[in-house]
Design a protein. Structure first.
Length: 60
């Protein structure tokens, strides 16, 4: 594709820097733990509380 090389160069220069990679590794455990806690909380509410997912987050 025509813009593929341009995007690759932009990513290598701006996004995939050493500092950004260090930040990702440093905070990955925190983000993944928070996502897991949220999922387990919803699971407990559904299983123990007998709630449906639609009751947890009202869509209408």
């Amino acid at each position: 594709m025509p813009g593929e090389e341009l995007v690759r160069r932009f990513l290598e220069r701006r996004v995939l820097t050493e500092k950004n990679i260090e930040r990702f590794v440093k905070y990955y455990w925190l983000v993944s733990t928070a996502r897991m806690v949220l999922g387990v909380t919803i699971l407990i509410l559904i299983l123990i509380g007998g709630l449906k997912f639609g009751q947890l987050i009202p869509w209408r």
